[in-house]
Design a binder for this molecule. Sequence first.
Ligand SMILES: [Mg+2]
Length: 336
Amino acid sequence: MRIVGHRLPANLVSSTSLQRLLPARTRHLCRLGIERVGFDQKMAPEIRDREVLEKMKTAIRKDGPSKLQVIADFDATLTKYWINGCRGQSSHGLLQQGDPKYDNKRQELYDYYHPLEFSPTIPIEEKTKLMEEWWGKTHSLLVEGGLTIDAIKKSVENAFIAFRDGVVELFEFLEEKDVPILIFSAGLADIIEEVMRQKLHKSFKNVKIVSNRMVFDDNGHLQAFKGKTIHVLNKNEHALDMAAPLHDHIGCDGPNGDYSSSVKKRTNVLLLGDHIGDLGMSDGLSYENRITVGFLNDNVEKSIGSYREAFDIVYLNDASMWGVVDLVSELCSHVD
Ligand SMILES: [Mg+2]
């Protein structure tokens, strides 16, 4: 049997018994073929300016993978917005402390601060203070309520959270090309790592998480949080500067173990986000070329105009990651 590219003939696609008889590599291609049938039938992405995009693609291809880095938001960017018709949970939202009293207290904070986060009338300085307050109180409740590593594991096991189709293949491809992926989140690093362990069943040496990190005692009880809080309004490269030294146990690329400075040398950026505010994740970088991909998951009609203006490429309706897989394979291909 001959397999052309990633696609299989339609009559083979549903034949799972046939797949089981195939060698592992071919099975992998089959899986890609099956998932890509769904992708191919989905709506094409919105492109802001084709000419500009093609120019950036060519420039990035010419520089090669050694100059490229990927910066991605986590919730609703790498993960699905909808799962079987229900709203997927976020890395913060899935956490159950094991003590309902504290879960309720955190919910009360959410109910109070979440509308303020989106209020159009609160000036940004004031809003930043409110967000610091919210994150600070939430983190205190997690410490006070005696969060444990076991509770995190259990919360993730019971969570309604899933990666977009194609995320594993995206990570695998970028790992093969030695392209770093920086996952930037105002959530909780320890939970994101647990979600990756449980849902992806493997770790990637090129993936770094910059997010709020917990400190546990020898008995697995939360003691404190490391460093300055990363919240929804300071999620930019300044946060990377202050967070990177705290995260060096994940591994670093820099000659002096300074991950932050090593990624700054990679001057071509592919940025993935689901909020216009995610564009700020590359603010502290002096990049030469940046391609931005936005996932517009909901309220498409209302938001498409602003997303199309903000991002180079916009995927609609909680799309898969296959389009980005195609994009990175193009960006990492040789130019003659
Ligand atoms: Mg998000």
